[in-house]
Design a protein around this ligand. Structure first.
Ligand code: ADP
Ligand code: ZN
Length: 356
């Protein structure tokens, strides 16, 4: 079993990756987070496939089936989590276990961070996006009607348990979306992932163990170097500056997160070449890698609208944008102070080129 360490001093924790690990959850929990009671928050869809991974007759386990979907990252669901924990006699020494995609990890993670001022949290990510990204790094939280992920806390889990076998039941579109985040890791750092993706079958049924391990290693050491996203952690936002705007433009319904990031990576490559940071060969190689993951839905949002949304993104200040730009395959640079108007003109040209 691969054991990747997220090195954060006293709050360090392991990310365990192994095919079939889900079947050993009680034993693993006993080792990484011994407790008299485990509060299991499981995504409803995941639970319908894997309810037998949690011992049903063991009174130490109490389970909450979380309604699937982004709607569960709400104050109402969070409140129901708190009530469930309190009604079942939660104590400081108990453990919360979040089994599901990013939604359950974020919302149940925030419940664990806040109930009794914090109980231990174990993440068991089941979507590709959550396995390679969301479950590692300690971001927890919910949405607010005024925006996504606006309420939350950095709260590190005590362990992350990843079983690539969960992906067998993941819908194909969710797999494709997660793969854009995998592509992100292949491009931000030289870690062997790019080469691996070059002869990868791009299917949900392939053995994803090695790919997930490489992504988790990358995320783990970037986060360890910069827990609160001061500087270095920003490289994880590669493709996300425009990606977030595209997601928001579609009301978070038209494109999946990963697809929006896919567009964001393509645009970042174009911007980088226009600024002379990367050459056309690099831009083309990035385009080809993305193309292997299938087609992206057409973009129909006016560039001015995307720029307006980027302005409102919490990562943007003073009418100038910060972009993470590829220099070559496996290396990115952070560029601050890029003019809004110029970005808009580049987006307009990009649209003409990709036929948006
Ligand atoms: P994400 O993980 O992409 O942030 P979600 O938590 O909403 O987003 O998960 C995406 C969708 O995939 C949800 O409908 C969820 O129920 C479903 N899902 C997650 N993991 C699995 C799995 N292993 N098998 C089947 N469905 C899953
Ligand atoms: Zn992302």
């Amino acid at each position: 079993m691969a054991e990747i360490r997220v090195a954060l001093g006293q709050r360090s924790y392991p990310v365990l990756v192994q095919q079939g690990l889900a079947r050993r959850i009680p034993e693993v929990l006993e080792r990484v987070a011994p407790s008299k009671r485990y509060f299991v928050f499981a995504d409803g869809n995941v639970w319908s496939h894997y309810f037998d991974i949690i011992p049903s007759k063991d009174p130490r386990y109490v389970t909450f089936a979380v309604p699937p979907g982004e709607g569960s990252k709400s104050i109402e669901t969070l409140y129901s989590f708190w009530t469930f924990l309190l009604q079942n006699g939660v104590e400081r020494g108990h453990v919360a276990v979040a089994i599901g995609g990013g939604v359950v990890g974020d919302a149940a993670g925030f419940a664990a961070a806040t109930v009794l001022r914090g109980i231990r949290l174990v993440q068991v990510p089941t979507s590709l996006l959550a396995q390679v990204d969301a479950s590692i790094g300690g971001k927890t939280g919910i949405n607010h009607p005024l925006g996504k992920n606006l309420i939350g806390a950095f709260y590190q889990p005590v362990a992350v348990i990843i079983d690539p076998a969960f992906l067998r039941t993941l819908p194909e579109s969710e797999f494709q979306s997660g793969m854009y985040e995998v592509i992100k890791y292949a491009l931000i750092e030289k870690n062997g992932l790019y080469e691996r993706l070059m002869d990868f079958a791009w299917s949900r049924t392939s053995d994803m163990t090695a790919v997930i391990e490489l992504c988790a290693q990358c995320k783990a050491h970037v986060v360890a170097g910069d827990e609160m996203e001061a500087e270095r952690r920003m490289i994880l936002n590669f493709g996300h500056t425009v990606g977030h705007a595209i997601e928001a433009a579609g009301g978070f319904k038209q494109l999946k997160h990963g697809q929006a990031v896919g567009w964001g990576i393509l645009f970042a490559a174009r911007l980088s070449r226009a600024m002379g940071i990367c050459d056309r060969l690099t831009e083309d190689a990035i385009g080809r890698l993305l193309y292997r993951n299938g087609a992206l839905p057409k973009l129909s949002y006016p560039p001015a609208m995307l720029v307006e949304l980027m302005r409102h993104d919490k990562k943007v200040r003073d009418g100038r944008f910060t972009f993470v730009l590829p220099k070559r395959i496996g290396e990115v640079v952070i560029r601050k102070g890029i003019e809004e108007d110029w970005v808009q003109r580049q987006l307009e040209e990009f649209y003409r080129e990709v036929g948006g």
